[in-house]
Write a protein that binds this ligand. Structure first.
Ligand SMILES: *[C@@H]1O[C@H](CO)[C@@H](O)[C@H](O)[C@H]1NC(C)=O
Ligand SMILES: *[C@@H]1O[C@H](CO)[C@@H](O)[C@H](O)[C@H]1NC(C)=O
Ligand SMILES: *[C@@H]1O[C@H](CO)[C@@H](O)[C@H](O)[C@H]1NC(C)=O
Ligand SMILES: *[C@@H]1O[C@H](CO)[C@@H](O)[C@H](O)[C@H]1NC(C)=O
Ligand SMILES: *[C@@H]1O[C@H](CO)[C@@H](O)[C@H](O)[C@H]1NC(C)=O
Ligand SMILES: *[C@@H]1O[C@H](CO)[C@@H](O)[C@H](O)[C@H]1NC(C)=O
Ligand SMILES: *[C@@H]1O[C@H](CO)[C@@H](O)[C@H](O)[C@H]1NC(C)=O
Ligand SMILES: *[C@@H]1O[C@H](CO)[C@@H](O)[C@H](O)[C@H]1NC(C)=O
Ligand SMILES: *[C@@H]1O[C@H](CO)[C@@H](O)[C@H](O)[C@H]1NC(C)=O
Ligand SMILES: *[C@@H]1O[C@H](CO)[C@@H](O)[C@H](O)[C@H]1NC(C)=O
Ligand SMILES: *[C@@H]1O[C@H](CO)[C@@H](O)[C@H](O)[C@H]1NC(C)=O
Ligand SMILES: *[C@@H]1O[C@H](CO)[C@@H](O)[C@H](O)[C@H]1NC(C)=O
Length: 690
């Protein structure tokens, strides 16, 4: 009795947290599903899916080997085997929390818990249907064998078995394989998962900003200790520790430009395109004092600035034949990720108000081909603790050497590096590493000799500002700046190819000096942007545009923005909100987002003549504090998104947020290292099935 109460309780917790596990359509290998031109022969799947025709025939063989004599049982088992082809198969098979041999089967009789919306009503009794049609039918190598469920102490023979030989009752069976339909996480009902659109989401009336600082920064990183502090860095190479004023307090940023946290300007080469581009603090900074800066350096002026050149024989690039209009040779400038420490300046790193500018360790160095920007943002993955390093194609119009598609080049890529496990000198040599890092085992090309193992995603032009959705870490979203025509927003997935330089956003790209070739773009499995904008839509005067990627807004300060992805254009005249519908579908529509400055802004905003918009200047970057409030970093200062009513925007939800969707328990500030949600779900789920 007590045990079953605990089971039910644990099950509720599981449901609660599995809601937080909800994620993008992903395949069981955690890659993005692809659009197949033909329907499969055996499995009834068409359109975007996770199977190729050869995987389809593999499933057919496996099905035939099960030797199922009863047709109705055969049909449900076939559909279950084919669920690996579903575009939500990672979610159906709970891959991130330990993987199951059978997808989560929809079941009405499982304890019903009302969650926010019914997105996947499904055939609510599919689990019962499986039991009813198969309980007396022999199945060879049954996927329902309890031994496959890691049930301690039970070993099963792989000979033919019936469900009634394996499980005591339907309740027993569906307690293990079923999940209530109607929850926010998907379950399998025998057919392709199709999420229904939720009610129409109206774009918010506008985004209200207050100005809280005058400085111009490229990076803002919330203090990993969870406090109301954040680090800001500027392009020349200084980092400051600032206190963030409470929302609605009328306060300004507590930041004294004359006393930086650390000054790295001696190491950084700064000019229009170059400087300190990225800043990241180790999730356990409060304990270990580790932080990382990404910047460009000049070999001619800084002796510590040297490393392998991105133009080398591995990538089919000959530096001696290399013409570069603006510098004497390729690889005068390098992009560097260096580690620093806040140890020793105070009793504990979280108390530190300054740090040692001496580099502790060189994480990464790469010579740049041209005198052009090459991204350089760095982020710690919220789930895996690895460093993601964003690198542009190196410039020079249209990626003439096709670096972004080159399997051995790091240009036009997102790299994923482990800075926890350091290599030995020997490993650095043997593996030809570009610095002091190791490559995570589950990187997409870790075992692919043709492709550099550091690569997480490729085919990007200049990923300018990426972020992880703080509630759904599988949503790793980047603005990728285009060249002549289109600015794009991409959801970055493992091993994804985003198409540059064959495509600029959804448009086939051709360099100015080459004739348009519409067949050149035919390459498989490209991932296209979720939203974006044409250059012609913005900055009518100059026609130029450059995206500045932002955040999925997760603060309750403006409830009308909650859950939408905010992004802007460098020129500061356009902002957009991208709204997803159905939820968890990866399908977004964008809408222009007007913005205004609060009448009671602590620092008055400058107005633009003949325009309703405040003159916020160039939008360099976006930041997020520990309360998930969002900040826009521009050439004129720091702007925070505040309550819409402070700008006279109407948002009916503004003062009614306390009893809305329950927010997850706030993780203890420094346990941010591994997001607790899915981990707890796994724990709770394994307790439940015991
Ligand atoms: C898939 O097949 C169904 C039914 O045969 C059809 O209605 C649907 O349009 C197809 N979808 C695609 C993307 O081809
Ligand atoms: C398949 O099932 C039939 C009866 O339905 C049985 O005669 C045959 O031996 C089985 N084959 C295998 C390989 O078990
Ligand atoms: C298949 O099994 C179900 C349930 O055991 C039974 O009702 C049905 O008649 C069987 N069908 C055939 C063709 O044997
Ligand atoms: C399954 O059981 C049968 C009969 O008890 C036995 O002959 C066979 O070797 C067993 N197979 C495995 C894989 O244990
Ligand atoms: C979902 O969409 C289908 C097809 O449009 C419709 O039949 C069904 O009623 C919808 N379910 C809900 C819960 O809206
Ligand atoms: C910001 O600049 C304005 C205008 O120069 C000035 O009035 C204000 O005091 C400054 N505020 C802060 C916090 O530096
Ligand atoms: C900083 O201090 C932490 C905790 O004592 C220690 O683990 C780490 O190695 C130190 N780092 C440096 C660079 O001294
Ligand atoms: C590893 O770090 C050490 C210490 O900073 C540095 O001397 C060495 O050059 C680095 N190795 C590489 C390959 O960057
Ligand atoms: C770039 O590389 C891709 C992938 O190898 C290839 O399909 C494409 O044609 C190349 N483009 C150019 C301009 O070389
Ligand atoms: C266009 O591209 C295709 C495939 O890369 C190539 O075979 C063809 O010769 C190209 N045509 C022109 C006119 O460049
Ligand atoms: C805001 O709305 C109030 C009431 O409608 C009005 O009195 C006020 O002038 C408006 N302020 C601005 C800046 O539009
Ligand atoms: C919400 O509360 C603020 C101040 O408490 C008020 O100014 C604003 O008008 C209210 N908004 C709505 C939509 O009721």
């Amino acid at each position: 009795m007590e045990v079953s109460l605990i089971k039910i309780w644990v099950f509720y917790i599981f449901l609660w947290f599995s809601y937080k596990c909800s994620s993008l359509p992903l395949c069981t290998n955690l890659r993005e599903p692809v659009k197949q031109n033909k329907a499969l022969k055996f499995c009834e799947y068409n359109g975007t899916m996770c199977c190729t025709s050869s995987q389809d025939s593999g499933i057919e063989k496996r099905f035939q080997a099960m030797n199922i004599s009863n047709d109705s049982c055969g049909a449900v088992i076939k559909s279950i085997l084919c669920a690996t082809c579903d575009k939500y198969s990672a979610e159906l098979f709970k891959v991130k929390s330990g993987a199951r041999p059978v997808p989560v089967l929809c079941e009405a009789n499982a304890p019903a818990v009302k969650l926010s919306s019914i997105s996947n009503p499904g055939n609510s009794n599919f689990c019962s249907e499986v039991w009813d049609s198969c309980k007396d039918v022999s199945i060879l190598n049954s996927p329902f064998s309890p031994s496959l469920q890691n049930k301690a102490g039970v070993t099963q023979n792989s000979s033919a078995s019936k469900l009634i030989d394996l499980w005591n009752s339907k309740n027993d069976f569906c307690g293990n394989f079923g999940s209530p339909s109607g929850g926010d996480s998907v379950c399998f009902d025998g057919k392709q998962v199709e999420l229904n659109e939720t009610e129409k989401i109206l774009p918010p009336e506008g985004m209200c900003l207050e100005k809280i600082g005058n400085g111009s920064y490229l990076n803002m990183v919330a203090h990993p200790d969870g406090s109301n502090r954040a680090f800001f860095s500027d392009q020349p190479g200084k980092i400051w520790l600032a206190t963030i004023p409470d929302i609605d307090s009328g306060g300004v940023l507590g930041l004294d430009e004359s006393t930086p946290f650390v000054d790295l300007t001696d190491q950084v080469h700064f000019d229009t395109n170059f400087g300190m581009m990225g800043l990241a603090f180790h999730p356990k900074f409060a304990q270990n004092g580790r932080f990382f800066a990404s910047f460009t350096c000049d070999k001619q002026t800084n002796p510590g600035c040297s490393g392998r050149c991105s133009c080398n024989s591995d990538v089919g690039c000959d530096p001696s034949k290399f013409k570069t209009p603006t510098s004497t040779s390729p690889c005068q400038f390098h992009t560097v990720v260096a580690e620093y420490s806040a140890n020793g300046t105070s009793s504990a790193p979280s108390m530190a108000t300054n740090a040692n500018p001496a580099e502790v360790r060189r994480i990464f160095t790469m010579g740049l081909p041209y005198k052009s920007p090459a991204g350089g943002q760095i982020l710690f993955g919220p789930e895996d603790g690895y460093v993601y390093l964003m690198i542009g194609d190196g410039g020079n119009e249209g990626d003439p050497l096709n670096f972004s598609q080159n399997k051995k080049s790091f240009l036009g890529k997102i790299l994923r590096l482990d800075v926890e496990n350091m290599p030995s000198e020997k490993e650095i040599d043997d593996l030809s590493l570009w610095g002091n890092y190791t490559t995570p085992r589950d990187n997409p090309y870790a075992d692919d000799k043709d492709m550099a193992s550091e690569i997480w995603a490729y085919g990007l032009r200049n990923p300018w500002r990426c972020s992880f959705d703080s509630e759904r870490p599988s949503y790793f979203i980047c603005g990728d700046s285009g060249e002549n025509a289109y600015e794009e927003v991409d959801i970055i997935t493992k091993g994804g190819n985003y198409g540059w330089p064959m495509y600029e956003g959804p448009l086939i790209f051709t360099r100015k000096d080459t004739p348009r070739n519409t067949s050149a773009g035919s390459i498989d499995n490209l991932i296209f942007p979720v939203v974006g904008y044409n250059h012609s839509e913005v900055n009518k005067k100059t026609g130029s545009a450059s995206i500045s990627g932002g955040y999925v807004y997760r603060s309750n300060t403006d409830p009308c923005l909650y859950g939408s992805y905010l992004y802007g254009d460098l020129y500061g005249e356009n902002y957009w909100t991208a709204m997803e519908n159905p939820k968890d579908s990866g399908k977004f529509t964008s809408a222009s987002l007007p913005f205004a400055c609060a009448r009671d802004s602590p620092i008055q905003c400058t107005t633009t003549p003949n325009s309703p918009l405040p003159a916020i200047g160039y939008v360099f970057s976006t930041g997020q504090d520990n309360k998930k409030d969002v900040y826009i970093l521009t050439s004129t200062g720091v702007y925070r998104v505040v309550r819409p009513s402070r700008c006279n925007y109407t948002c009916s939800k503004e003062n009614a947020t306390t009893n809305a969707v329950p927010s997850p328990p706030t993780p203890a500030s420094n346990s941010r290292y591994i997001r607790p949600y899915c981990t707890v779900a796994l724990l709770a789920f394994s307790l439940f099935i015991l």
